[in-house]
Design a binder for this molecule. Structure first.
Ligand code: GLU
Length: 356
């Protein structure tokens, strides 16, 4: 009996000496990933598993992590709740808070960041961060189209895949990414293309950056445009951004809209133009009135594919306008807000739209 006890103690000492330190060193080898939660459908809850009605931003980050099997095997995870809003309520205030926190974390020993976000304005947040995050470490936004309480909720696998991408060394240097429905997109090219389908995102101009299946990551290429460590923009000391409005063009569009925006205090205007960034002749005259007052007008397009060409059908030099190149109206607005923090010539502004 005594001998058995003695043997047991030797075994226990061996376990403590060899196995526990080994296990400990294994887990410390996992990349350190922080999940910053902002809200959205991924944190949404509905009354019924099959109904379409629900409220965004109801579930906390800790419960979201706990709902994903094996996610803690991918990375040393911790979560922070930055906001809990549907992304239709995403604001410049939250953007600045998010960007500053990401820069702080990535300057330390954190290897990657995942941001949970609503899908409605996800591309705008991703593009904003692409301009102001000062690190080449992976930053991945994810989301879901179905609330956490729905039948076949897509959030858990999207979160699992997003963590796998953020923990992957090959994700470095690819700017801010969006991971959803097994696809990896760049902030520059991603856009939401469907109101409710699980397959709601696409990158019509440059395609996906890669794919991720149950945590297996494959990259195809690097993103288009300057970003993160190559970007000239910064959030240091920033408390707000200049007001930039978007106006949607259509047949027989009234020129009043641009005049009204100027009167209301817009410091810049983006036109979601028809076709190649076009608008009615009377609206072009209103654009000229704005640009001659020093309020930049950027011609983007309401179409989701194709670049807006400089001096296409519009003589940009004559009207003082700038072509958005490949940026859709909502991303053109983000770039213009950042660009307006400094006085710039029309030519310099145009160059930014070609570079980013
Ligand atoms: N309006 C919600 C949001 O953007 C719905 C979209 C979603 O998260 O899927 O937060």
């Amino acid at each position: 009996m005594k001998k058995q006890l003695h043997l047991k103690s030797i075994l226990a000492v061996m376990l403590i000496t060899f196995m526990i330190p080994y296990g400990y060193s294994q887990s410390t080898k996992l990349p350190k990933v922080v999940i910053l939660a902002t809200g959205g459908t991924i944190a949404g809850k509905g009354a019924s598993e099959t109904g379409s009605a629900y409220t965004s931003g109801q579930v906390t980050i800790e419960s979201m992590i706990d709902a994903v099997p094996n996610i803690r095997k991918l990375a040393n995870l911790s979560g922070e709740q930055l906001s809990n809003v549907g992304s239709q309520d995403m604001s410049v205030e939250i953007w600045l808070k998010l960007a500053k926190r990401i820069n702080e974390l990535l300057a330390g020993d954190v290897d990657g960041i995942v941001i949970t976000h609503g899908t409605d304005t996800q591309e705008e947040t991703a593009f904003f961060l692409n301009l102001v995050v000062k690190s080449d470490k992976p930053v991945v936004l994810t989301a879901s189209m179905r609330p956490s309480s729905a039948l076949s909720a897509d959030g858990p696998l999207n979160l699992y895949n997003a963590v796998a991408v953020a923990a992957n060394p090959e994700a470095k240097g690819r700017g801010i990414m969006v991971v959803i429905n097994d696809k990896i997109f760049s902030a520059h090219s991603v856009t939401k293309v469907n109101t409710t389908n699980v397959d709601a995102f696409a990158a019509p101009m440059h395609g996906q950056l890669g794919d991720v299946n149950f945590g297996n990551v494959e990259f195809y290429h690097y993103p288009h445009g300057l970003h993160t460590t190559k970007s000239e923009f910064s959030v240091d000391g920033l408390k707000e951004l200049p007001r930039v409005d978007i106006v949607y063009a259509c047949a027989d569009m009234s020129p009043d809209l641009i005049d009204i925006m100027v009167k209301a205090g817009a410091k810049g205007i983006v036109v979601a133009g028809v076709g190649d960034g076009n608008m009615t002749s009377t609206t072009l005259e209103a654009a000229k009135r704005a640009t001659s007052k020093g309020i930049p007008v950027v011609r983007s397009s309401r179409l989701c594919e194709g670049a807006v060409l400089i001096h296409g059908e519009v003589d940009d030099a004559k009207y003082g306008t700038v072509a958005s190149d490949e940026l859709n109206p909502q991303k053109a607005r983000v770039l213009l807000m950042m660009a307006l923090l400094k006085k710039r010539s029309r030519e310099n502004l145009q160059q930014l739209f070609l570079d980013y």
